[in-house]
Structures are given as C-alpha cells and as structure tokens.
Design a protein around this ligand. Structure first.
Ligand SMILES: Nc1ncnc2c1ncn2[C@@H]1O[C@H](COP(=O)(O)OP(=O)(O)O)[C@@H](O)[C@H]1O
Ligand SMILES: [Mg+2]
Length: 368
C-alpha cells in the first residue's frame, strides 16, 4: 500500500496541510523544529490512532486553535483506496473515520494503513526495557491481526483487575474465588497473546537475520527468541498463575504472565540487549523494523509504509546507500536535515509551516 495524500488542519505546528505522495522514496527535509516529524506523525496517527510521541489527543491540536484539529490520510492498497480521518474536537475528544464512517472500536482501524516507524528513539527496541520490546511486538501484531489487538486489550484490563483484587481482597475469604474467575479468563487471553508473539518472532527471525546480514555484509548472525515463562498452552498458563498465586498475594501484584515476557536479540550468540555496542544495537533495531515490513507483507499481501524519522545522520554514506537499497519497493518517508541525493526520490522541504515540493538536490550531498 502507499499513502497518496496527507491533509490536516490545525494539526501540531501546521495550520493547514495538503501534501500528495508518490510511491517509492520521499525525502522530507528541513531545519530542526521545522515540522518534519509532525508531518510523518500525521501518517502514524491515522495508522495507529495515536501519535508516535504525544500520548494526549488534545496535544495534537495546534496551540491557540479553538476548533480542535483534523487529519486525513488517503491510502491506496492493491485493490482499493481508503480515507482515514481523525478529528480531535475542541473538547479534546478524538473521533476516527474510515471512508467517512465512524469507527467505534480502535481495533477496526488496525491494518487500514500499515506503517513501520523507525527513529533514533526506536533503538530502545534493543537496548531498552522488556516493555519496549513487547511494545514492538504488540504494535506489529495489532496491525496484522485485529483479534490480537482486542485480546491484548482484554488481557491488560484483566491484569489490572487481578492486581486490584489482590489488593482489595487481601486476607478476605472471597479472594480465592475472585482470583479463580479472573485467572481463567486471563489464561485464555494470555495463551493467545503468547502464541501470536511466538509465531511472529519465529517468522521474524529468518527475515531479520537476512536483513541484518545485508546491513552488516554478513559479518554477524542475528538470532531472536521469545522469552516467556508462562508456557505454550492455556492450561500451562493457568498453572503458572496458580503457582505464583501465593507470591502474588504477598506482593499484591501479578508476577507471571505475558506482561513480563521479553524478546532476546543476539548477534553471534551475544545478547545485544545488554552487551551490544550502540552501532550493533542500532543496526539490529533497523533489521527488525525492515523484517517487520517483510512479515507484514507476507501476512497481509500488502507492503506497509515505512517511516524513517531522522535516522540518516547516524549512518555513514555506505550504510545509507545500503538502506535505500533495502527499502526498494516499499513506500518510504524519510525525514532529515541534509537531503541525500537519491536517484528517483521525491523531495519536500519543510519551512515556515509549509511543505514545498523541491527538485532533487544537485551534486554530492553535503557531509554532516
Ligand atoms: N500542538 C502544537 N501546536 C503548535 N506547534 C507545536 C505543537 N506541538 C509541537 N509544536 C511545535 O512543533 C515543532 C517540532 O516540530 P517537529 O516536527 O518535531 O520538528 P522536526 O522538523 O525537527 O522534526 C516544535 O517547534 C514545537 O514547538
Ligand atoms: Mg524530528
């Protein structure tokens, strides 16, 4: 799929926005704070229903605007074309529409615009906490599979409920009874989440290793492993919960479950989460993201849109070229301060709140 148009009103730093996009590579360049990330955030928002970096919907409204904001993205898929509209009202309430029809549950939006987002922040995927890696798995899987999105949501609310029960019914007779009820639902949801994540990681591994080999000229072998101690089945999951119950009651917290799982990322057997150099972690994160585009395509038949926000300056020219080679065939939106000269790419310059089409920069790119 590819984005054909992004329009917006009073969205972040933009008063008005209406930008057509082509397939292939688009370079969006401009000075710091010009609004490059804000532009690609419009795509992210219409893909996942929230901003890549702001958690409150009302923060998406341009400061000083009293009428809220609206963002509209037109996406062309293999067989059709869809418009996703997101409106944040003056009351800060968000509404989502697909082809003008209101979307009541956010899960319905998932996958309508498939995106893979990479920014310097995203290296947290390797060096960050287990939570960051789960987030990667969850966002990728939610876009491929609506049931995953809903099941995970349900699991998380059961988890909150269970923790609340552990606190409120501590020492009370009803505690065991309530835990039995929640544990049974949680086991079902949790086992499904674990199963999806495990299958995804398995499929991702070979693709990520290939992407990684291409980025590193095959010098290291990337391996992945889904780390979980809640078993493979609903029954095992339920047994784990039961086994942990005494401890959970004492700590008033659920100590086992898919909310504790992790993804091991290693190069030549070395755990990159702990021992990777910054460069190794960055390359591994990029390989994972590129492999995510591969899995998305395998599973949905559509290529997602790749957003590379501000990652070029961290790559030497050779790696940059390797990256442009690697993303061929996938619509890619790249933001940067110094535009590289890439044959066939489209260019936009962001300045003074406007996004202006430009010709390719002539000659060699300026060295940073
Ligand atoms: N709600 C908002 N209204 C107006 N301006 C905003 C809003 N949120 C962020 N900004 C401005 O957007 C600018 C950042 O834009 P950004 O897209 O991150 O820049 P960059 O081109 O460096 O990626 C900041 O200067 C910030 O002040
Ligand atoms: Mg930026």
């Amino acid at each position: 799929m590819h984005i054909e148009r992004v329009s917006a009103e009073n969205f972040l730093s933009y008063r008005f926005l209406d930008v057509p996009f082509e397939e292939g590579l688009t370079v969006i360049y401009g000075m710091n704070a010009a609004g490059k990330t804000n532009l690609v955030d419009a795509v992210y928002l219409c893909s996942l229903g929230r901003s890549s970096r702001l958690s409150k919907d009302k923060d998406l409204v341009k400061w000083g605007s009293e009428n809220g904001c609206s963002v509209s993205v037109i996406v062309k898929t293999r067989f059709s074309r869809h418009t996703v509209d997101i409106v944040v009202g003056s009351d800060g309430k968000k509404k989502v529409f697909i082809d003008r029809l209101p979307v009541r549950r956010l899960g319905e939006l998932m996958g309508a615009i498939g995106t893979v987002f990479f920014s310097p922040e995203e290296t947290k995927l390797v060096r960050g906490a287990p939570e960051d890696r789960r987030r990667f798995l969850d966002i990728a899987l939610s876009q491929q599979n609506k049931s995953y999105f809903y099941t995970l949501k349900r699991y998380n609310s059961l988890l909150m409920q269970r923790n609340k029960i552990l606190k409120e019914y501590r020492g009370k007779e009803a505690l065991g009874h309530y835990l039995n009820i929640v544990d049974s639902d949680m086991s079902r949801m949790g086992a499904f989440v674990a199963k999806c994540r495990r299958a995804f990681v398995k499929e991702l591994e070979g693709l990520a290793a290939a992407r990684h080999a291409a980025l590193t000229s095959g010098s290291e072998k990337l391996t992945l492993k889904y780390e979980s101690d809640c078993g493979e089945s609903e029954e095992e999951f339920s047994n784990k919960l039961l086994g942990s119950r005494k401890n959970d009651i004492r700590l008033e917290f659920t100590g086992v479950g898919v909310h504790r799982d992790d993804l091991r990322i290693a190069a030549d057997g070395v755990d990159l989460r702990k021992f990777g150099s910054q460069g190794q972690q960055r390359t591994a994160a990029l390989a994972l993201k590129l492999a995510e585009t591969d899995v998305f395509e395998r599973r949905t038949g559509e290529k997602p849109v790749l957003i590379l926000d501000d990652v070029l300056s961290e790559l030497d020219p050779r790696r940059r070229e390797g990256l442009f080679e690697a993303v061929k065939g996938v619509q890619t939106l790249v933001t940067c301060t110094d535009p590289p000269c890439v044959p066939g790419a489209h260019y936009y310059r962001v300045r003074d709140g406007e996004v202006i089409p430009e010709d390719a920069p002539s000659g060699e790119e300026s060295a940073p």
